[in-house]
Design a binder for this molecule. Structure first.
Ligand code: BGC
Length: 891
């Protein structure tokens, strides 16, 4: 049996509006082992029955089943294609054709000449200061049945789109947040079934969002423009073959709506008494509606949606109602999350519901909002009071919360009337991790929820306070963990385009993407710049490279190469002798605990960190150049890398082979970035262990050191120390937060202190994914699932579970583009039982440490035992290993 399943185009199963180079991927399913694809054949047709094949690769001799490009196939704009694949394998088996995949293209980026214009309802004096959402509408007549219709819609600000009283699609926070001056996304919707013969009403509600609303910790408004606008172009074909175009233009009308206030940070106010029944239907009287204005906004900025739609992903039911000591009525949802609350209410016209949102309760058990800074996160609903009962949720504002405080509600607050909606970009879950330690399982849960809470169209630092920005440092720290847990390729591809769009002329990367920070101001007496921090700007190289590693798609490197190169050249232009990066503002080991009292900057010297990241980015650029066949660049950057590495050792390492600065991060960074010679590694890891001992086995690292500390230890023979660090339960540690009841990852090791007091409210997020980057170590080392960079995307896996930490069992899986790769191990009386699954069309090297005698079922064709390390070369299939550990921890 040989089957082709999970056919995707650009990592998506169903896609209307694809606008970029088409790449296909599929998985093989077989009942045999050691399956490799021998050939593939891809066919494209315009009909599901493939009665006419318009493109055929014919049989291609190739093992490639991920990111397959169709050479010579040039898709037409706005066209629906059906694609199918069949394969044969190395045992001569042939598959049937896969189920066809529907792929619909949009318009090649930037080439479309649009007939529609951006139209604004913000036509009144003082509108730059308003935060209400406005309604727009237009009636069109259709004289015959429609057989094909697409709406291409966008906005400046956020929009919801309606046809004949029905909401179009389920996407939220459209058109998404991008570098609006260069890229505004449009969504594509199949609207055939919503149109009728006769009059039809196209309507939209538009709010401020990221475009016109308050965004950024400086709390500026109108960051991109002071007028919201809607854009819509409907293209349709009627029964008789007539083409018709409906567009936003000066003939549309607008009126104020029931949303009298909506801002991302502050929440939303909705006065249901102001609803105008039927406003989005054709037979509505619009006499008192006002004329819109056509904006001069060029439509050439429009790009087809390239990320993933934001949706309601799941519901979380209210857990309990609490009366706080202060007498507040609080509902606990049991989970810190991002989204909004939907509630039911019955009451009289003019009655109000007022809800505030918070992440934690204070030491006394009262509702705590100080850490939100200026973000009000308040939702107010005024009832129309028609006796029916009313259901409400916000539209253009989201909240980060676990608790809500109900300041007003007519009648009795009942738990069943409140439900939380979890909102983020729609990504497929691809990673699991579960083990015998319940606290580690909670940590894994918190890492996942940190991702869920901060992947709402843009990877943000936090979802609650007046920040919620695409901090580049946080994103590069977490990207590897994110790619293990979710199919994040399109999400980051979009963000990288904005990173490039906001890159400064000299190649410096903005510290937040999309960039809304005008001036970083002074931080702890240091003048900050909003561009070019080391470890932040390096997202320009680290994120594309990580995507390449997880998804094996060279297109991302092709696309980002110039941006990556400009970043490296920016650093070079700053660097002393072209190799030591000591100029330019940097956040350094941000919020490390070895910082001076009251400072956010950790004690590790910034030039050490910056130069190490210079080396890392140069190395990534060099590897990317090789993959892209840019051999001259490869040579040049490989020389540069060697020079930086040498200079690093000369400047930052002492003769005794240890770093000049005695901090944990000074040891960690050169170890994991491979900047040291073998002897230096040995002494540096010893120093790291000594420094840990000085802290009673605790870390005191920040954003730079924390993600890598366990890796630095376990790679240098200090597995036991790495486990000890991971499993520490007292402050500061990953599990300390778990003992304090955390359900997401905190920004600070001591966000909530053992005595119940809190870190300063000016910077104390309880949903900050950065330190969740420990996830990668759990998956790579504890579970043992590793990518072989020379055959990325788990085409060849290196499976090396490192048993330790008193764990009895661990099981983990990752749904790679080839299929699921997984490990499951358990230990009893030093006997290890390990089950490994390797997907079809991939291979793996299994490495087992500390092995005396080992048994593999079924037997591996190739295996070696060197000292007490066993190695097996395996093809696809499930394998079971039994072995005895000669030495367990402390024995
Ligand atoms: C953010 C961080 C970010 C940092 C950089 C903070 O306000 O929340 O996560 O990376 O600033 O300084």
């Amino acid at each position: 049996m040989l089957l082709v399943k999970a056919l995707v185009c650009n990592y998506q199963k169903d896609s209307v509006g694809i606008c970029e180079k088409l790449r296909f991927g599929w998985q093989l399913v077989s009942d045999r082992r050691e399956v490799l694809q021998k050939t593939y054949q891809v066919q494209v047709s315009c009909d599901p029955l493939f009665s006419q094949v318009i493109y055929d690769t014919q049989k291609v001799d190739s093992e490639t089943s991920v990111a397959v490009e169709l050479e010579g196939f040039v898709p037409m704009d706005a066209t629906r294609y059906f694609v199918r694949v069949k394969v044969s394998d190395n045992a001569g088996q042939q598959s049937a054709y896969s189920e066809p995949l529907v792929v619909e293209t949009a318009f090649e980026q930037g080439t479309k000449v649009w007939q529609a214009s951006f139209i604004t309802p913000d036509t009144q004096p003082g509108d730059a200061d308003t935060s209400d959402a406005r309604l727009l509408r237009k009636v069109f007549a259709l004289d015959e049945k429609v057989i094909w219709a697409r709406a291409y819609t966008s906005s400046l600000g956020l929009y919801e789109f309606f046809i004949n009283g029905k909401r179009v699609g389920e996407d939220l926070f459209t058109p998404g947040w991008t570098a609006y001056h260069k890229r505004v996304l449009y969504q594509s919707y199949d609207i055939k079934d919503l149109l009728e013969v006769g009059d039809n009403c196209l309507a939209s509600m538009v709010g401020n969002g990221w475009y016109k609303g308050v965004i950024g910790f400086e709390c500026n408004k109108n960051n991109y423009g002071s007028q919201t606008a809607f854009f819509c172009q409907v293209e349709l074909i009627t029964e008789s073959g007539k083409h018709q175009l409906l567009t936003t233009d000066s003939t549309w009308k607008w009126q104020y709506g029931p949303i009298t206030f909506s801002e991302l940070y502050d929440g939303e106010t909705y006065d249901a008494r102001k609803e105008q029944s039927g406003w989005d239907c054709p037979d509505f009287h619009e006499e008192n509606w006002k004329d819109v204005e056509v904006l001069a906004q060029p439509t050439s900025v429009l790009r087809s949606q390239d990320g993933l739609p934001v949706r309601i992903i799941q519901n979380v039911e209210a857990r309990e109602i609490i009366k706080t000591p202060k007498g507040e009525t609080v509902i606990d949802f049991g989970q810190n999350l991002t989204g909004w609350v939907e509630f039911f209410v019955r009451g009289a016209s003019g009655d109000e519901v007022v809800i505030r949102h918070a992440e934690v309760l204070d030491a006394q058990g009262n509702f705590y909002t100080e850490n939100l800074r200026s973000a009000k996160q308040t939702v107010k609903y005024v009832l129309k009071g028609d006796g029916q009962g009313e259901v409400y949720h916000p539209h253009f504002s989201f909240q980060g919360f676990r608790y809500i405080c109900i300041d007003a509600y007519p009648g009795k607050v009942e738990i069943k009337h409140f439900s939380a909606r979890v909102i983020h970009s729609k990504m497929e879950n691809t990673g699991t991790f579960f083990c015998s330690n319940s606290q580690l399982n909670q940590l894994q849960h918190n890492i996942l929820w940190g991702l869920k809470g901060n992947f709402l169209d843009v990877p943000t630092d936090c979802p609650q306070r007046d920040e919620r920005l695409g901090w580049t440092g946080d994103a590069q720290i977490f990207v590897g963990t994110a790619c293990y847990l979710m199919q994040a390729f399109p999400f980051f591809t979009k963000w990288l385009r904005d990173l490039e769009a906001d890159q400064r002329a000299d190649g410096a990367v903005s510290n937040v993407v999309p960039n809304v920070i005008k001036d970083q101001g002074e931080i702890d007496g240091v003048i900050g710049s909003s561009f070019g921090s080391s470890a932040w700007g390096d997202a320009a190289t680290i994120v594309p490279w990580t995507l390449y590693r997880y998804y094996g798609d060279v297109q991302i490197l092709r696309e980002q190469y110039i941006s990556m190169q400009r970043w490296v050249e920016f650093i070079r232009s700053q660097a002393t002798d072209g190799v030591i990066w000591e100029k330019n503002f940097s956040f350094g080991d941000w919020v490390a605990l070895d910082a001076k009292e009251g400072s956010y900057f950790g004690a590790t010297p910034t030039p050490l960190i910056s130069t190490a990241f210079f080396a890392l980015s140069t190395q990534i650029l060099c590897k990317s150049a090789r993959l892209l066949g840019k051999f001259e660049d490869e040579r040049q950057y490989s020389d540069l890398y060697v020079n930086i590495r040498r200079a690093f050792q000369e400047r930052f390492m002492k003769e005794e082979g240890i770093p000049v600065s005695r901090t944990q991060t000074s040891c960690i960074v050169p170890l994991v970035f491979d900047l040291l010679e073998a002897e230096q590694k040995k002494s540096t890891v010893e120093l790291l262990c000594e420094l840990l001992k000085e802290q009673d086995g605790h870390l005191n690292t920040g954003f730079v050191g924390t993600p890598y500390i366990c890796k630095a230890l376990s790679e240098q023979g200090k597995l036991e120390e790495a486990y000890a660090l991971l499993l520490k339960q007292d402050y500061p540690s990953w599990l300390y937060q778990i003992t304090q009841g955390a359900t997401t990852i905190w920004e600070h090791w001591d966000g909530l202190k053992p005595d119940g007091s809190m870190w300063s409210p000016d910077m104390n997020s309880f949903n900050h994914y950065a330190y969740g980057a420990i996830g990668e170590w759990l998956y790579n080392v504890v579970a043992g699932l590793n990518i072989d960079e020379s055959k990325p995307a788990f085409k060849h896996s290196i499976i090396r579970p490192r048993i330790g930490g008193d764990l009895h069992f661990v099981q983990a899986s990752h749904l790679s583009p080839y299929g699921e790769v997984s490990t499951k191990w358990s230990v009893e009386n030093q006997q290890v039982h390990l089950v490994v699954s390797i997907p079809a069309n991939t291979t793996a090297t299994v490495i087992l440490d500390g092995v005396k005698i080992v048994q593999c079922e079924p037997a591996a064709k190739e295996n070696h035992l060197e000292g007490n390390v066993a190695r097996f070369e395996l093809g696809s299939g499930t394998y079971t290993f039994f072995y005895e550990l000669p030495m367990l921890k402390n024995t």
